[in-house]
Design a protein around this ligand. Structure first.
Ligand code: PBG
Length: 324
């Protein structure tokens, strides 16, 4: 009998297609990145990221309330630090009354259930725009980690639920875990940006925070995009050091790494659909070249198919509103 197999049967009508759908998106899959700036009632355009904004803490609180009501369950906070507060050691990162510390406390107070994640790295605080301390043109690993572990405790003590180190130094996860335990933050999660590539897709984000490296690039700490084994090894190291969640970044172009890891490891994997990916889709949509929401939705499903449980995405709110 011909044909023995008719592959189209499983998709021959809508009900079948729904019954056999393997991957779904839910609002609780998303992490919403938020940019915070000083002041009151401030909502600033970000030139490199159309329709995304930097907001002062009062407006961020309103935004977070809205996100919670829509079913979104986690936010990832990024502060824009004034130039005058930046230096080589990023000392403002440890200011108990700094912008990020105040933001964490205020959001926690007004919407306690919302999961607050915080980026731990020196770049927004560094006068060099690097993720670590610079000496003679080099990024100094161990000195940087000493500061990052204090930064993590500072965030946890303000109420952060998940510490997300994005610095790509060696030993960060172990040192942060030990420090959190020592300070009795036994329940604080660590989401390591375990495989963060030296990517060209971060450009719009660096403009948003005014955090571009002042010299050189980040290739001595972030991973060379020609490689995958280093990303796997770094991720395994971070899990051994105590990470609860690992993140692969950027998103779409690194799904091979997610797929490989998802058959190897048994803790949740997150992907970060980064600023460059956001701005490219926005630009194409504004030109009318693509069907905006449907294209984004398709990309987000690709993350799920590859094995990401969580997706940090600047599209989270729009997509939840439209489809979920
Ligand atoms: C900082 C950090 C960066 C991003 C997240 N955390 C930039 C960088 O490493 O230069 C990029 C996010 C994005 O592009 O959306 N360590």
């Amino acid at each position: 009998m011909f044909p023995k197999k008719r592959n189209r049967r499983l998709r021959s009508n809508k009900t079948f297609r729904e019954m056999f759908q393997e991957n779904h998106l839910s609002p609780n899959d998303f992490i919403v990145p938020l940019f915070i700036t000083e002041g009151k009632n401030i909502k600033e355009d970000i030139k490199s990221m159309p329709d995304y904004y930097r907001m002062s803490i009062d407006l961020i609180k309103k935004e977070v309330k809205l996100l919670w009501e829509m079913g979104l369950r986690s936010v990832l906070l990024f502060p824009k630090i004034e130039k005058s507060l930046k230096n080589n050691t990023g000392s403002e990162a440890l200011n108990p009354n700094g912008l990020i510390q105040r933001a964490i406390k205020e959001i926690k107070n007004s919407i306690p259930e919302m999961v607050i994640m915080t980026d731990v790295a020196l770049d927004p605080y560094s006068s060099y725009g690097h993720d670590g301390i610079v000496e003679n043109g080099k990024i100094i690993n161990d000195l940087t980690v000493e500061i990052l572990k204090k930064m993590a405790v500072s965030h946890a003590s303000c109420g952060a639920d998940v510490i997300a180190p994005s610095d790509m130094m060696d030993g960060t996860i172990k040192n942060i875990r030990l420090e959190l335990e020592k300070e009795k933050f036994h329940e604080t999660l660590i989401m390591s940006y375990s495989a963060k590539y030296a990517s060209n897709f971060y450009g719009p984000f660096r403009s948003a925070l005014d955090s571009s490296p002042g010299f050189g690039d980040k290739k001595t700490y972030q991973i060379d995009f020609h490689n995958s084994k280093q990303a796997i090894r770094k991720t395994i190291t971070d899990i051994e050091e105590g990470a609860d969640i690992v993140m692969i970044k950027p998103g779409l172009t690194y799904l091979d790494i997610v797929k490989e890891l998802s058959s190897m490891i048994n803790i949740p994997i997150a992907s970060y659909q980064v600023s460059g990916e956001y701005s490219m889709l926005k630009a194409a949509a504004k030109k009318g070249y693509i069907d905006y929401e449907k294209t984004i939705y398709e990309q987000l499903i690709a993350f799920k198919r590859a094995g990401s449980k969580l997706i940090a995405s600047y599209f989270a709110k729009e997509i939840v509103k439209k489809f979920l």
